[in-house]
Design a binder for this molecule. Structure first.
Ligand code: UDP
Length: 313
């Protein structure tokens, strides 16, 4: 019998790419999502595949899955700043109660568990680039705290299930990732800028745009997660592209790529917006033999094609 994987948040941007990848690797895939930020369009092409099953469910409730499970990828959570500001309590609940429920399921099924964590655990970082041993600089009561602290709690809970119950656990810290199936309205810089550029609207740079991010193409991220899921490494591993750019330069890059006539305008910087972010991916290289392969220019072109299609619909 082929292996069976449960992917929570499987109808989201990353979750849906994971569903595809694990089907390709020969797994039977159960995708669980309450569709609060995930979308059925992301997985509709998989419906009808005999190895794919979709369950609409909120993992903050007791989770039951019948039959064996070999692996659980816990990706359920609002994940863009706008989403978690609109759903602060749900974000805290899915990171805490949801992670607890899904770890309980992993223990009951004797399944390996992989947690989707985030570069947000480093908060507004005081070291650069961020390596996994850094404990972070997070404001627990700030607007972003609902996401950051939920994910920090989720990491603590994951390690406790590993140490106390012997569950096989993995933790990936995901840095900014982009690609097809990002939601246009998730408020993140990349889809917002692309959409604004395509529509000839003003590009909204927050603050003076000197804050930096490092954008990873989704295929690279999925490869890193797949490798981590097959490895025996328990401590957190950063996955992200180390090529860093300021948000202002990034806005200019999008304008150039789209050939848009949009102007850049400046708006207030959101509370606790990290000033710098770049992954140290030494561990991913050493442990997983992983390196980001897709250059930002190439990845942006592919993503632009996706958004162009959407804008023609
Ligand atoms: N940002 C921006 N304009 C927008 C949306 C975001 O200038 O319309 C900025 C945001 O303040 C942050 C950076 O772009 O500094 C990346 O934001 P995003 O929401 O994509 O992800 P984050 O890394 O902050 O979670």
């Amino acid at each position: 019998m082929s292996k069976r994987v449960l992917i929570t948040g499987g109808a989201g941007f990353l979750g849906s790419h994971l569903c595809e990848r694990f089907l390709k690797e020969g797994y039977r895939v159960i995708c669980m999502d309450n569709l609060s930020t995930g979308r059925s369009e992301n997985i509709e092409h998989l419906i009808g595949n005999e190895n794919f099953q979709f369950i609409k469910y909120d993992v903050t409730e007791y989770v039951h899955v019948s039959g064996d499970l070999d692996l659980i990828l816990h990706f359920a959570s609002p994940a863009s700043p706008i989403d978690y500001l609109e759903m602060p309590i749900q974000t805290l609940k899915v990171g805490s109660l949801g992670t607890h429920k899904v770890l309980g399921l992993a223990k009951a099924k004797n399944a390996r568990f992989l947690l989707a964590s985030t570069s947000e655990v480093y908060g507004d970082p005081l070291i650069h680039p961020q390596h996994e041993e850094y404990w972070g600089n997070v404001n627990p009561i700030g607007a972003r705290g609902v996401y950051d602290e939920a994910k920090r709690f989720a990491e603590a809970m994951t390690m406790a299930y590993h140490r106390f119950h012997g569950v096989e656990t993995r933790i990936v810290r995901i840095f900014n990732t982009y690609g097809p199936r990002m939601r246009l309205d998730d408020g993140r810089a990349l889809p917002t800028f692309m959409w604004q550029a395509l529509k000839g609207k003003d590009i909204t740079v927050f603050g003076d745009g000197s804050q930096t991010r490092s954008f990873c193409y989704v295929d690279d991220l999925i490869e890193g997660i797949y490798r981590l899921s097959q490895s025996d490494y328990v401590e957190p591993v950063n996955i992200g592209n180390a090529s860093e750019i300021s948000i202002l330069d990034f806005a200019k890059e999008v304008i150039e790529l789209t050939g848009s006539k949009s102007k850049i305008i400046f708006k207030d910087l959101p509370e606790d917006d990290p000033k710098i972010r770049q992954p140290d991916t030494t561990k991913a290289k050493e442990i997983l033999g992983w390196n980001a392969q897709v250059d930002r220019k190439d990845g942006l072109k592919k993503t632009l094609d996706y958004f162009k299609n959407l804008s023609n619909q």
